[in-house]
Design a protein around this ligand. Structure first.
Ligand SMILES: Cc1cc2nc3c(=O)[nH]c(=O)nc-3n(C[C@H](O)[C@H](O)[C@H](O)COP(=O)(O)O)c2cc1C
Length: 384
């Protein structure tokens, strides 16, 4: 029998209609630009961005997992300078009191027994605020470093499902157990201490393919979706279909989130000009080339040609939708996303400190005025 969930501290399950967070401050964020103001993951920057998010009541701080940049042989390139998401999450947990902290795990690179204990430890440090983003891996050069196979696409998700099953048993079972599966053999497995959250930290998944969606709907609490259109009617259809699929196929309720690069300026023209400046005029072309080559080789569903067309979009920070414009425009778009059924959204900026300060000053109050969020009155557990 499944234990009832108990996650009283985790703000992922809090009352705000539209939850917000930051993505990728353990690396350079998502933009692929040569501009010098592009964020760098110094520990000072990590802590400053995390504390700003904490003080403003953001629900999520999400670290990504990347072992290598995109340009072969360029080990000093910023796209490959990425803090380990687990140790990052532990440090950020200690420095904050409110947001959920997301660590990301590449299943082919870490054994579930090691991951289970790391997660339990971070959940204890954070007082029950860890979320685990589970990824199957898609970037061949980084998996090759481990001697780990980049499996055929369906097998990647079968491996991930078995990996997650072992992890969740280690979080919940009070007796030793054996596991003899297709990918793993565990003899008298156990893990102590258990995480604070019951039956364990929530799971995030961001698979984009049909197989990825099926995996996310079966296993994740927070599913990431890239919206394929700029039309709010399409958003409602895409998000509604996703949630319905989880209900119909697995009898589960899932949250649907997305992520978006943001440029906020006083006028639309200034915002568009800055987007052009960082993502086109100062695009890190070499890095985008490497990214496209890696995705074309391994990701499902996108041809080399489509990826080429999307080059400027990737350079801007990827994501389905960009939030580019005035504070009012951005608040309008966020309202439309929420009305379409979106539960949460992660933001990335070229310069996180500048972006968060503009957003907190101008957009947050607008979201509160629209009833999408309540003014933040503190909460969570005391940070040390
Ligand atoms: C918000 C978000 C975060 C992601 N984080 C990571 C990550 O940290 N590491 C990684 O290798 N892939 C990451 N991905 C990629 C996905 O896990 C997935 O591999 C990709 O979307 C391709 O989908 P597919 O595996 O279903 O083909 C992320 C995707 C999104 C949308």
């Amino acid at each position: 029998m499944t234990e009832p969930a108990s996650r009283p501290i985790n703000p992922l399950f809090g009352p705000n209609r539209l939850k917000i967070g930051i993505f990728g401050t353990n690396g350079k964020g998502s933009a692929q630009t040569l501009l010098s103001e592009n964020y760098r993951p110094t520990w000072e920057n990590v802590i400053e961005t995390s504390r700003i998010a904490d003080k403003a009541g953001y629900e999520a701080i999400v670290a990504y997992a990347r072992w290598k940049g995109y340009i072969p042989g360029r080990i000093d390139h910023p796209a490959g300078i990425i803090l380990d998401p687990f140790t990052y999450a532990a440090g950020v947990a200690q420095a904050t009191s409110y947001p959920a902290i997301f660590a990301t795990s590449h299943a082919p690179t870490i054994h579930p027994i090691a991951a289970a204990k790391q997660c339990a430890t971070i959940d204890i440090i954070s007082g029950g605020r860890l979320v685990l983003n589970v990824v199957a891996g898609w970037n061949k050069p980084e998996l090759e470093m481990f001697g780990a196979a980049l499996r055929e696409h369906t097998d990647r998700y079968e491996h991930l499902a078995e990996w997650l099953e072992i992890l969740q048993r280690l979080w919940t079972e009070n007796d030793e157990f054996d596991h003899d599966g297709r990918f793993f053999k565990v003899v008298r497995g156990m893990s102590m201490p258990k995480p604070v959250q019951r039956p364990g930290p929530p799971i995030m998944s961001a698979g984009g393919s049909d197989t990825g969606r099926r995996f996310a709907c079966a296993h994740a609490d927070v599913c990431f979706l890239l919206l394929h259109s700029e039309d709010p009617t399409d958003w409602a259809r895409q998000i509604g279909a996703y949630k319905q699929f989880a209900r119909d196929e697995f009898g589960r309720e899932v949250q649907v989130w997305t992520y978006a690069p943001m440029v906020q300026r006083d006028t639309m023209r200034e915002a568009q000009a800055y987007l052009q400046h960082y993502a086109v005029d100062h695009q890190d072309r070499e890095s985008v080339d490497g990214w496209i080559a890696g995705n074309a080789a391994t990701a499902k569903g996108m041809s080399q040609e489509t990826l080429e067309k999307l080059r400027n979009h990737f350079a801007a920070g990827g994501g389905g939708n960009q939030l580019v414009g005035t504070a009012d425009h951005i608040a309008d778009r966020l309202q439309q996303l929420s009305d379409a059924g979106l539960d949460g959204i992660l933001f990335t900026w070229v310069d996180f400190l500048d972006g968060m300060s503009r957003f907190n000053r101008d957009v947050l109050p607008a979201l509160e005025a629209r009833g999408l969020r309540k003014p933040f009155a503190g909460g969570g557990r005391q940070a040390a």
